[in-house]
Every structure is written in structure tokens, then in C-alpha cells.
Design a protein around this ligand. Sequence first.
Ligand code: G3P
Ligand code: MG
Length: 245
Amino acid sequence: MKEVKIFAHRGASGYAPENTLAAFRLAEEQGSDGVELDVQLTKDGEVVVIHDEKIDRTSTGTGFVRDYTLEELKKFSFHNHMEAYEGETIPTLEEVLNLLKPGKMEVNIELKTGIFWYPEIEEKTMEIVKKTGMEDRVIYSSFNHYSIQEVRRLNPEAETAYLYGDVILDVEKYAAGTGVQGLHPALYHLYMSDFLKRWKESGLKVRVWTVNREEDMKHFIEAGLEAVITNYPDTAIAVRRQVEH
Ligand code: G3P
Ligand code: MG
């Protein structure tokens, strides 16, 4: 049976400040098979890796990402209240991909286009992926499914997945009918519907998020999904080892 992959959510964000180079480095050190990260655009159109539209929660600054240039954003510390990481800066997507390039991890790029649909974010993101030579290791996902269709329009070969939090009726038909290869459901969706009984026939790659409790890790690893996305990749890897034996 194929091994269920472990993806580090915003890097190993249970231990290091989310979406920073430190968190992605740690994810690799812990043996993750992939990372998930979020992208947004700065005022000067640079693709940066950050979850919230505002920098308040994770940095020493305040305000919207889109109101700052990259140079301005780089002046804040993104240590997210973890003192040991003071001075960690907001990474660009290019910096993250260059960091990960020598390794083997897959990279799930989540386009944050739900609140602001940043102009041409899909094109800019895909250009960076191409430039860094990471096209065959990247999976694009978004809660904004139009954004995913834009990715497909720009490159029909790109690997794509729909993100969703609510239960969607006939979600496999919807995904297959609109050309994506993967589904990224919130874990409660998989408990609320009978999807886990049906997904194998669909041939879709299912990567569930965000799985932080050991009992849930065990449940989804035993189900044989494509990947489990977690803030604690080391724990999920240990659980996978137990399940295998
Ligand atoms: O991509 C999975 C997960 O990251 C989606 O939710 O809010 O953590 O970006 P969020
Ligand atoms: Mg995300």
C-alpha cells in the first residue's frame, strides 16, 4: 500500500513561527514529505508567504500585507510571539522555493484569494515556480475555485486541488468534472459525510487538513489518503510508523 504523506502545515508551525524559512527548514529536518504554505501579494506585487491578510497576528507590525512594499515588510519580525525566533522575516515565495529546491519535499501553494483577489497572483506565483524549477513538485490549492481554474487556464498540466471547509454534495463529481486532481477537505468534513467510504473510486488525491490530534492522524493514515496536513509533522510520522507495524 502507498505510504500516506505527511505535509507540514505552514511549515512545522507547531514548533516554529508559521510560514517562515525556519518553519520550512524544521519541516524538512523532521522528515516531512511536503509543506503547505499560503501566498499573498505586497503593494509592489511581490509574492510573499503569509496566512493572514494582515500582519498583526504573526509580526511586530500592523496593517494589511497589500499596503506594504516587500522592503517595508522585511523590516518587521515575524517570530509570531516565539522569542527564540526573533528577527525572522517574511519570506518571499522565491526564497522558500530556493530553500526547498535541493530537497525532495512537495510544496502545496495555497492561493489566498478569498478576501482580496490579488490581481494576477496566479500568474506571478506560477512564474516563480517555473523560474525556480519546482513545477513538478508543486500542488496549487485555494478556497477560491475560480483561482484554481485560472491556474489551469495558465497551465493545464499544473497539479491542482480544491480546498473546502463545508460539506459539498457530490464533491468528487464536481472535482473530476472541472478538471482538478485533488481535494483538500477540512477534517470535520470527512467525519460528517460518507466521503471516506467513496473517495478511493474517484481516483482523486485527498489531502486532509489540519490534523493535529494523534487519534485523527491515525484515522486518516489508516484510511490511506494521499496526505495528512499537520502542524506537528514529527508526531504524524511517529503515528504512521505505529500504523505500519
Ligand atoms: O491548505 C490547508 C489549510 O491551510 C487551509 O486553511 O486557513 O490554514 O490556510 P488555512
Ligand atoms: Mg493554508
